[in-house]
Design a protein around this ligand. Structure first.
Ligand code: HEC
Ligand SMILES: [Cu+2]
Length: 361
């Protein structure tokens, strides 16, 4: 006669599943020590994020093993046998209050526990009051810039931070939605135009960590992984920081103006233009011939190449017409050249950039 008492097969299966799930728990618990795909944490609360990941992954591995394991075991153990009559009925169980309460209450408690553990880390990341160093990062198509207290303008390319100092990072975007991701720090924040998102962390390990944009943001999105977060000693950081204070001493902090009139090209400073170029244009423009593309055309011969008599908008290649493109932007067959405001340029910046482009041969 059939019975609902678990037999020997059930207990053997349970023992095997217990072994497999223990292996699963150990595997996930030892990440990232045993797994090269997860880099070691570079900071706090990245360590806590990893702890939570290990906890969730290992408990999920154990649960998954038992759920799938029992489904397979029961499907085999209680299959219809050749000897069974065609109208055979399985063993039916109705209403087991104790069991039903257990399988409702235990998962509920577990989910509540997960929420509590997650909220604690979320609090560290997003809610704690500002302290330490406040840095801003601005996402642009297709690079990041950074602003530091008491440094004029923006800092390009690398973001430096002193090790062990808490950082409040405010991120936003100039154009479309980007997302600021530093895998080593377990940090991620969406960069949304017109909105500031804040994350807080403390880098604890000296090193160079890749900054990646993880929100598809246009044709050159895939190139938005070249910039580095440099975590270094306080002395090294101070030297770098003072370097930018000096370098940007004459940069204006005023918001870029959207000008409508003609820009006065007299007195342009090619050296200042060159510095601006590497900061604001080199993500899209190489200093090679017109045919050398990044996003836009190469600009070395833009004003002095006999084979390039006209600009992309059809106007003759003169300084005034280059200034007009910098002012208004231009969208043509190659792509989209942002206008003055989107590139964050003052009139003076344009004057200097044109002087620089004019100096290229
Ligand atoms: C987001 C990418 C991007 C950025 C940033 C950018 N440009 Fe462009 N630029 C373009 C594209 C694309 C074109 C070509 C547009 C077309 O014709 O389709 C272009 C065209 C130009 C041209 C016309 C070139 C020619 O041969 O006619 C000049 C000059 C220029 N850009 C200068 C600059 C300068 C200076 C900066 C920095 C302030 C800059 N651009 C920033 C994408 C960019
Ligand atoms: Cu992006």
């Amino acid at each position: 006669m059939e019975t609902n008492k678990p037999g020997r097969g059930f207990w053997v299966t349970t023992a095997i599943l217990a072994l497999i799930s223990t292996a699963g728990i150990l595997y996930f618990w030892m990440i990232p020590t045993v797994e090269p795909w997860l880099p070691p944490e570079g900071g706090h609360p990245g360590d806590q994020v990893d702890w939570l990941f290990r906890f969730m992954a290992s408990t999920a591995a154990a649960l998954y093993t038992f759920v799938v394991g029992y489904i397979v075991y029961f499907a085999i153990a209680y299959r219809r046998r050749k000897s069974d009559p065609p109208d055979a009925l399985g063993f039916h169980v109705h209403d087991n209050t104790k069991l039903e309460v257990t399988w409702t209450v235990l998962p509920t408690l577990f989910v509540v526990l997960l929420s509590i553990l997650s909220v604690r880390i979320w609090y560290v990341l997003q809610v704690q009051p500002n302290n330490g160093l406040v840095v801003e990062s601005i996402g642009r198509q297709w690079y990041f810039t950074f602003r530091y207290p008491n440094v004029n303008g923006e800092v390009a390319n690398e973001m430096h931070l002193p090790v062990g100092v808490p950082v409040t990072l405010n991120v936003t975007s100039q154009d479309v939605i980007h997302s600021f991701w530093v895998p080593d720090m377990r940090l991620k924040a969406d960069m949304v135009p017109g909105m500031i998102n804040t994350i807080r962390f403390t880098p604890t390990r000296v090193g160079r960590y890749q900054i990646i944009c993880t929100e598809f943001c246009g044709t050159a999105h895939s190139t938005m992984d070249k910039q580095i977060m440099v975590v270094e000693t306080q002395a090294q950081y101070d030297a770098w920081y003072h370097g930018w204070q000096v370098r940007n001493a004459n940069v204006s902090n005023a918001l870029p103006t959207v000008s409508t009139g003609t820009i006065d090209l007299a007195g342009g400073n090619a050296a200042a233009g060159q510095a601006l170029f590497s900061q604001k244009c080199s993500a899209c423009h190489a200093l090679g011939p017109f045919t050398q593309r990044i996003v836009g055309p190469g600009l070395r011969g833009v004003l002095h190449d006999p084979t390039h008599p006209n600009l992309v908008d059809g106007d003759p290649a003169t300084p005034a017409n280059v200034a007009k493109i910098l002012q208004n932007g231009y969208t043509g067959s190659i792509g989209h050249m942002p206008n003055q405001s989107d590139n964050g340029l003052s009139n003076k910046d344009i004057t200097n950039l044109v002087a620089y482009l004019n100096s290229l041969r």
